[in-house]
Ligand binder design. Structure first.
Ligand code: FMN
Length: 214
């Protein structure tokens, strides 16, 4: 039997639309390149796998990003997939401080692209196509190199405008031990551990400009 949806927003209202789009949980990447003035880049949620053969990925970039012209001029960039310990890195690179890359740990690919040291994964890319995407442009890119070979870390997540990390069931660990052994767990998290699901939000967005992104 068909049933009607229970409610609908005004999808031309950017605030309401942003709130709904923010219900799509994703990882977070840093997209970075090197231009004449040094490293340029931004925190990027809209990274996606695109093709395995040939290897391709895509990102979408706000037209007013200062990185965009640098990236298009250079034609190369790297994507770093952030681990759960990198909320501060995301907040820094997602801000507008011109000197922001002096405050994050960088490593360099063999092709000379900057990546965030200790990332879960990195992809060294070159632009193949730029597609109109309203107030963004979509960049399709070839993957020229990728690493590291091994990584066991958890991802940094972004959901409803907040940084989160993956919930891990801890059914075999007594609550008291869990709480004592893990400094900083709030009582709500300890309570969640009773149910076998430990979940500690990483926290609200430090340095994030509301309205700049979902
Ligand atoms: C978690 C998060 C995800 C973001 N995702 C994107 C994105 O996918 N595309 C984009 O253009 N900006 C995104 N932004 C916003 C940019 O990182 C931000 O506007 C940055 O200041 C742009 O820097 P730039 O002007 O130096 O390029 C995101 C910001 C945050 C905090």
């Amino acid at each position: 039997m068909d049933i009607a949806v229970d409610s609908e927003i005004d999808h031309h209202d950017p605030v309401a639309l942003r709130e709904l789009l923010g219900r799509f949980c994703s990882g977070i990447t840093v997209v970075a390149t090197e231009g004449p003035a040094g490293v340029a880049g931004f925190a990027c949620q809209s990274f996606s796998a695109l093709s395995l053969d040939p290897p391709m990925v895509l990102i979408s970039v706000m037209r007013r990003s200062r990185t965009l012209p640098v990236l298009l001029e250079r034609g190369d960039f790297a994507v770093s997939v952030l681990g759960s310990d990198a909320a501060e890195v995301s907040a820094t690179v997602g801000g507008r401080d011109p000197d922001k890359f002096s405050r994050v740990p960088l490593a360099w690919t063999g092709r000379g692209m900057p990546v965030i040291a200790g990332s879960l994964a990195w992809f060294d890319c070159s632009v193949t196509r730029v597609v109109d995407g309203g107030d963004h442009v979509v960049i399709l890119a070839d993957v020229n190199g990728a690493g590291p070979q091994d990584s066991s870390g958890d991802p940094l997540l972004f959901f409803r405008g907040r940084y989160e990390q993956m919930a891990r069931p801890m059914p075999t660990v007594p609550t008291a031990v869990t709480h004592a052994a893990t400094p900083g767990i709030a009582s709500a998290a300890a309570a969640a551990a009773v149910d076998g699901a430990y979940r500690e939000p990483v926290g609200a967005l430090a340095g994030y400009v509301p309205g700049d992104w979902f």
